[in-house]
Design a protein around this ligand. Structure first.
Ligand code: MN
Length: 214
């Protein structure tokens, strides 16, 4: 199968002012697109993995060459990242239902969870991702990964599980607007999180033991 770059469900300007249109445009149409193009090129001669859908590919990416791991992870993580955001006013701004309870049980409050996640995002040295992940033992954790690794990748990530929320902390995600101020980017990114999508990821996929499909 050939992997494709799916258009965003909102316009490039829809996340203003916290995420500027130029950043979203370049991030999606140039950066994300290049991972899709390079992934297809890397899979062209990979008979074992070329037929897998993107989510299934993550599990085996750690056994493939770095081109599949980096570009396959890059494609999957960006799909989750775009899905995890929404224009202001179009989605719930806090977790609800079972996910809200689980977050409160795990961290004590939504604010404490946000602090822990922000710390994982800001504390990631150089390029990488912060994740909220449901592990197979039923615990919810925040963690980060380098490059485009993710917790679906067997043998790769020190945390294994199903990611339901992610924040991209590569400089290309924020540099035009925030320069070196990653902490300010992360603080404003919270205003864009689409909790309807995250709760759906938790209930419909993670709790069922399935990765969010893209
Ligand atoms: Mn990115």
């Amino acid at each position: 199968m050939s992997h494709v770059l799916v258009p965003l469900s909102y316009g490039y300007e829809a996340l203003e002012p916290h995420m500027d249109a130029q950043t979203v445009h370049l991030h999606h149409s140039a950066h994300h697109n290049s991972y899709v193009v390079k992934l297809n090129a890397a899979l062209a001669d990979d008979e074992e993995r070329k037929g897998l859908d993107l989510a299934s590919l993550q599990y085996v990416a750690g056994y493939a060459g770095l081109a599949v791991r980096n570009n396959g992870g890059g494609h999957y993580n960006h799909c989750l990242y775009w899905q995890n955001m929404a224009p202001i006013g179009s989605a719930n701004t806090k977790p609800f239902g079972g996910l809200e309870e689980k977050i409160d049980q795990t961290w004590g409050s939504f604010d404490k969870f946000k602090e822990a996640f922000s710390q994982a995002a800001i504390g990631r040295f150089a390029s990488g991702w912060a994740f909220l992940t449901l592990k197979s033992d039923g615990t919810l954790v925040v963690h980060n990964t380098p490059n485009h690794d993710n917790p679906l990748m067997e043998t790769v990530s020190d945390v294994q599980g199903i990611p339901i929320l992610t924040c991209d902390v590569w400089e290309h995600a924020y540099y035009l607007k925030y320069q070196n101020r990653r902490n300010e980017f992360v603080e404003n990114w919270w205003k864009l999180v689409n909790w309807d999508a995250v709760v759906n990821n938790y209930e419909q996929y993670a709790l069922q033991g399935r990765p969010v499909p893209f």
